[in-house]
Design a protein around this ligand. Structure first.
Ligand code: SF4
Length: 327
């Protein structure tokens, strides 16, 4: 842990998740904020998640025993938010399909687990946190509901993209990441959010209960119902993290503490981490890609390595590389 750490230090799950993808990206996002030229894909995903979660929260907050009323309120909220949106990021036909898919997802959710989540709602759009080693760890969740075993923190998402696929069998997801056997930082970031939420529930509600964290993907497996014409089939999916968290708690605690120390110690040079994997994977979807000195430098050194190999003694320049250099 950094010697600089004090009780005033706050580290969020979102910061750790970004640092896992690339420490430089964390620096651009949080320490010397740049405005990335967001792609349409970035905008559309953010927009979609926000509309979905805000609409679902409106339905959850309603005091009613009727799933229909919750779904109606959520659909109205969605229509209101969609109407007030000035970001025309979808073409008309795509936007119509998206609206109908969201409506179907809202219905499916509130006629399933959503009714009980609303009836047992404790808080919505809330920050959970706890202190350890002089640092306060925090994460924001969309809802907290009571269960028979404790509390459940929920994050609503359009799809499970970037969310760790947890199984009932014991896995070594975090150990594999720490030991650099696998590089899947977004998925490990989702596990970190789950761990911080579960610890936050334990600290804020009851040390003795079995709290859990769930990602609920509302539009997973949405598809047109070809057999009935205009309808859309949607199959929301829920992923619970408690079991995996218990299995991998020691590795998760170590990862969270190490990355918190790195954040607080200003360790933001990607070369000190899994730089090859970062340039292979994280750069491809990073909004800073066009302006980032690290990726430009790595591309130049990649070109230099190839040029050196081509020009090494005993090798003849290929026709393609000769013509490329002459251009
Ligand atoms: S472009 Fe690559 S190296 Fe640069 S901040 Fe983004 S992920 Fe990191």
């Amino acid at each position: 842990m950094s010697d600089d750490a004090t009780a005033d230090d706050v580290v969020t799950a979102a910061e750790i998740a970004t640092h896992l993808e690339c420490p430089r990206k964390y620096e651009f996002d949080h320490e010397r904020p740049l405005s990335p030229p967001k792609t349409n894909r970035n905008r559309r995903e953010e927009h979609r998640r926000k509309l979905l979660r805000d609409s679902i929260i409106a339905g959850l907050r309603l005091d009613t025993e009727s799933p229909d009323e919750r779904a109606e309120t959520a659909r109205e909220r969605f229509a209101e938010l969609s109407g007030s949106s000035h970001s025309s990021v979808l073409v008309a036909e795509q936007a119509r399909y998206d609206r109908e898919a969201v409506g179907a997802a809202i219905d499916a959710y509130f006629h399933g687990d959503g009714q009980e989540h609303g009836e047992r709602l404790v808080a919505a759009d809330v920050t959970l946190g706890y202190e350890r080693g002089g640092i306060r760890y925090e994460t924001t969740v969309d809802a907290v509901t009571k269960t028979d075993r404790g509390h459940l923190a929920i994050e609503y998402r359009p799809t499970m993209q970037g969310i760790l696929h947890v199984s009932w069998n014991k896995d070594d997801n975090v150990q594999d990441f720490i030991e650099e056997k696998k590089f899947y930082p977004q998925q490990i970031g989702s596990f970190v959010r789950a761990a911080i939420a579960i610890c936050g529930l334990t600290a804020e509600y009851d040390l003795t209960r079995k709290h859990d964290f769930a990602c609920i993907s509302l539009l997973e497996n949405s598809r047109p119902a070809y057999e009935t014409g205009d309808e859309i089939h949607v199959n929301p999916e829920s992923r619970r993290f408690r079991s995996a968290y218990q299995d991998e708690r020691d590795d998760l605690d170590k990862l969270v503490a190490d990355r918190a120390a790195a954040l607080l110690g200003d360790e933001t040079d990607p070369r000190d981490w899994q730089f090859e994997e970062i340039t292979d994977r994280s750069c491809s979807y990073c909004a800073y890609q066009n302006a980032c000195p690290d990726v430009l430098e790595s591309e130049l050194s990649f070109t230099d390595r190839h040029r050196a190999a081509d020009e090494s003694p005993g090798q003849t320049l290929s026709h393609e590389s000769s013509s490329e250099e002459s251009q």
